[in-house]
Design a binder for this molecule. Structure first.
Ligand SMILES: Cc1cc2nc3c(=O)[nH]c(=O)nc-3n(C[C@H](O)[C@H](O)[C@H](O)COP(=O)(O)OP(=O)(O)OC[C@H]3O[C@@H](n4cnc5c(N)ncnc54)[C@H](O)[C@@H]3O)c2cc1C
Length: 562
């Protein structure tokens, strides 16, 4: 790791932008905002959504930060929700509020669902000290906690088709860290390599906003350099949660909000499988669906707001009971202890068994949606492998940019494994086609994917198709080898809990207590299991979150806290 000699420009004051077509209201909001925030922020106002978007485009080009957007709902041509939706494309980290009248409850609901608005303010907001400033303060805090920390100037230099470069980009994207991708053969890529004194054979190169350079780094090194927490602040907690998907985030929110010193440890990026979903349609309270990224962002902010500590890019590789303490080991040999542990490590995609797949993983063959690749799929022929909801959602997602999307499904119908609403959605998209009873026989390519051989199983006929993009969703399995010999697991590796641990009425071997294991409790007292990794769990976001909440209640009972 070396420090490049680049100067970091002084940061500009973050912008608070207000949009209202009524000049007197617009002036009044801007005046109130300037009085309170003018010293450390630039307060700008616009008279229409179009004018505000022009201003935002200019700010984007100048690289200036935007912290808060306040938009009136009722504006001609472009209403407040439409404006905020377009503004999100330019400044996704800016916090958003909608100004509404009492009568506009529907607008407020739409705003929550469509643009993930943080607040809606009822007009009039007099006195501002009570009705406006607390809301803006909260939005600025959220922006500072989440946005400023992740400074928007991290650059990644690498080869387009290199798996290690993909891994770093995917890691940054999934952790919502803004970065700029620079191909090694672009002039700027060459300039950055030269400044860092690095040859094109040692990539990717990551340059942080402060000018720190990392050569072919691990994700833990990248996480630490971009400001994601990787080290616990203490060595003993009330509760350690392993895994940062919906179950783990749910446990962290409930644990921390109920006063437990809570640490959440995530191997890659919070959100887990749900974080990769382009649209979760069936989660309670989101009638228009919610993207996994938005749900994750909200849950992560909620957990940290309540005081949970979140470590990213830390792999848990061991668990043991030392007297009353439950000890969690990391892959680098360090450890952290707690009174209780919740295992919420979910499941991971199964590997594609076809020849060529291993070598081309990250170079054209991807597991999960890999949203970082969407830009490269414009007008391309994309293949999505799998027949369940995750594959269906991905096909819908890529159909918006790709020339064609082909869903390769092993079964003889989609109805067996995909929700009806998704099948209907796919049928209505012209550039999506489905190949049933078809498997990937081979992946071809020198350095990156160039073609696939597809095999129609009933006839045995094989066909080679040209493509540079295959996204694989072929079922998932729990990766729980690290729990071998510690917790009881079923034949597929899922962790067994509660009454299922009793065999012929007998408690699990080594069980030290004079009571049966509680529901969600593993074969080690004080170690609870939540979400997809639990044997017989329902594989849904809602049930994972519910498991997380229930596991916290049981942890309280275990700790003897009210
Ligand atoms: C593309 C896609 C779309 C989906 N759409 C929907 C939907 O619309 N509706 C719905 O209800 N469900 C949906 N699901 C299913 C839903 O996402 C899962 O049921 C849910 O995410 C399970 O949550 P979880 O927290 O148990 O596990 P996961 O989401 O799998 O999270 C587990 C986390 O633990 C981490 N981890 C694993 N091992 C370790 C370790 N040793 N150390 C540290 N961290 C570790 C992982 O990196 C991961 O982040 C979808 C799934 C996918 C893949």
């Amino acid at each position: 790791m070396t420090a490049a000699a680049t100067e970091v420009p002084a940061p500009s004051r973050p912008v608070i932008l207000t949009v209202d077509d009524d000049p007197s209201v617009s002036r009044a909001v801007a005046r109130d905002l300037r009085r309170q925030y003018g010293e450390n922020h630039r307060v700008l106002r616009a008279a229409s959504g179009a004018e505000a978007l022009d201003a935002l485009r200019e700010l984007k080009l100048r690289g200036e930060p935007v912290a808060v957007l306040l938009a009136d709902y009722r504006m001609p041509e472009m209403n407040g929700i439409e404006f905020l939706e377009s503004a999100m494309d330019l400044f996704p980290r800016a916090r958003r509020a909608l100004l509404t009248a009492y009568a506009d409850t529907d607008a407020a609901i739409a705003a929550i669902n469509v643009v993930d608005v943080d607040h809606y303010l009822l007009k009039p907001w007099e006195p501002p000290e009570e009705k406006l400033y607390p809301v803006v303060d909260e939005m600025l805090d959220a922006y500072l906690a989440d946005g400023e920390r992740q400074v928007p100037e991290t650059r990644v230099v690498g080869h387009r088709w290199s798996a290690p470069s993909f891994e770093v980009r995917d890691f940054l994207a999934r952790n919502a860290v803004p970065y700029r991708w620079v191909a090694v053969d672009e002039p700027e890529g060459r300039r950055l390599l030269e400044a860092a004194g690095v040859g094109p054979d040692r990539l990717p190169l990551v340059v942080t906003p402060a000018g720190e350079t990392l050569v072919a780094p691990t994700t833990t090194e990248v996480a630490a350099a971009v400001g994601l927490s990787t080290t616990p602040t203490t060595d003993f907690y009330d509760l350690v949660v392993v895994g940062g998907g919906p179950a783990g985030l749910g446990a962290a929110v409930y644990g921390a909000s109920e006063g437990l010193r809570t640490l959440l440890v995530e191997r890659q990026a919070t959100g887990g499988q749900a974080g990769q979903s382009s649209r979760i349609e069936n989660y309670l309270g989101f009638p228009d669906g919610v993207s996994g990224a938005q749900l994750t962002d909200r849950a992560r902010r909620q957990a940290t707001k309540f005081g949970a500590e979140i470590l990213t890019a830390r792999d848990v590789t061991g668990l043991s009971a030392r007297g009353p303490a439950r000890v969690v080991q990391f892959s680098d040999g360090t450890e952290v202890a707690a009174h209780a542990v919740i295992v919420a490590t979910g499941v991971s995609y199964r590997d594609l068994a076809a020849p060529g797949a291993v070598d081309l993983t990250g170079s054209g063959v991807y597991y999960g949606s890999a949203s970082t690749e969407a830009a490269d799929c414009v007008d391309a022929d994309v293949y999505v492998v799998g027949g369940a909801n995750s594959a269906g959602q991905s096909a819908v997602f890529f159909s918006r940019v790709a020339k064609t999307v082909t869903l390769v499904v092993r079964a003889d119908s989609l109805e067996r494994s995909m929700s009806y609403y998704l099948i209907e959605q796919l049928q209505a998209i012209d550039n999506v086609s489905v190949r049933l009873q078809t498997e990937i026989e081979e992946c071809h390519g020198d350095g990156h994917l160039e073609a696939l051989t597809l095999r129609h199983t009933p006839t045995g006929r094989s066909e080679r198709v040209d493509t540079g993009h295959a996204f694989v969703f072929i079922g998932a399995e729990p990766r729980t080898d690290w729990l071998d010999g510690v917790l009881d697991r079923d034949g597929h590796g899922f962790v067994v809990t509660g009454p299922d641990l009793l065999v012929d009425g007998r408690r699990p071997r080594g069980w030290p207590l004079d009571r049966d294991p509680w529901p969600l409790e593993s074969s080690v007292p004080g170690v609870f299991v939540a979400g997809d990794v639990r044997a017989d769990s329902v594989k849904r976001v809602a049930s994972a979150v519910g498991d997380g909440a229930m596991a916290v209640t049981l942890a309280h009972r275990y700790l003897g806290t009210p």
